[in-house]
Write a protein that binds this ligand. Structure first.
Ligand SMILES: [Zn+2]
Length: 227
């Protein structure tokens, strides 16, 4: 991996994509997998099959799961919350962390996390301010930053990048989405993580190499099976 990205997680949002992620995990040494049911996914979650998949040695996380209350026409909030709790149970059953998608549902997510003893994980594509960041940090979650931090309008998010404890930061692409400012309009890819890493390192006054070392340690701490 020429850009220096040596480990990555492909995540699933439904049964097919979860299965694909597991296959990628087996095909490529650098890839691990997430299995899960995304809140905007309209198909029914097949919990028995997902649970079977979650046993796979390459699966390191239940995700992408979460709540999305901003998407027009998405599943009803109550149904999303029910599925979120099913995914939390799946994670607990297999002793896996979760990767959480949040749009307009921070309060409900904090309630669900607090109610589900022992759940651990990461807020994927974190996009909120420091007050919210602190609340997710307080319940033990990691914050994952993407290319969004490079957008000119995102000063509040850059403040979170500066203040987040070093041992709770993760980086992601959310590819093919979430590209950095300088690559707007181009499909995102894992190699472009470098854009995000450069800005995070700069904001925190460390080198990209120091950041990379910390990230590797954080990823292995959270996604325990990822070695
Ligand atoms: Zn998402």
């Amino acid at each position: 991996m020429a850009a220096g990205v040596t480990r990555l997680i492909a995540v699933g949002v439904n049964l097919d994509r979860s299965s694909n992620a597991v296959s990628l995990g087996h095909a490529y040494e650098e890839v691990w997998a997430g299995v899960g049911h995304h809140p905007l996914e309209i198909s029914e979650p097949d919990l028995a099959t997902l649970s079977q998949m979650a046993k796979d040695e390459m699966v390191v996380v239940v995700g992408e799961i979460g709540l999305d209350f901003e998407h027009v026409g998405g599943p009803h909030r109550d149904l999303q919350i029910q599925r979120l709790n099913e995914m939390f149970s799946l994670a607990t059953e297999h002793d896996l962390p979760v990767s959480i998608h949040n749009r307009g549902a921070a309060e409900e997510l904090l309630t669900a996390i607090s109610a589900h003893h022992g759940i651990r994980g990461v807020m994927h594509y974190f996009a909120m301010d420091w007050d919210w960041a602190q609340r997710f940090l307080e319940v033990g979650f990691y914050l994952s930053f993407a290319g969004l931090i490079t957008r000119p309008s995102r000063d509040a998010l850059r403040e979170v990048v500066k203040r987040c404890p070093a041992d709770r930061i993760l980086l992601e692409t959310d590819s093919p989405y979430g590209n950095s400012q300088k690559r707007m309009g181009v499909p995102n890819r894992p190699a472009y993580l470098v854009d995000t890493a450069e800005l995070v390192a700069d904001l925190r006054g460390i080198t990209v190499e120091q950041l990379a070392d910390q990230e590797r340690a954080n990823a292995i701490t959270l996604f325990q099976k990822m070695r």
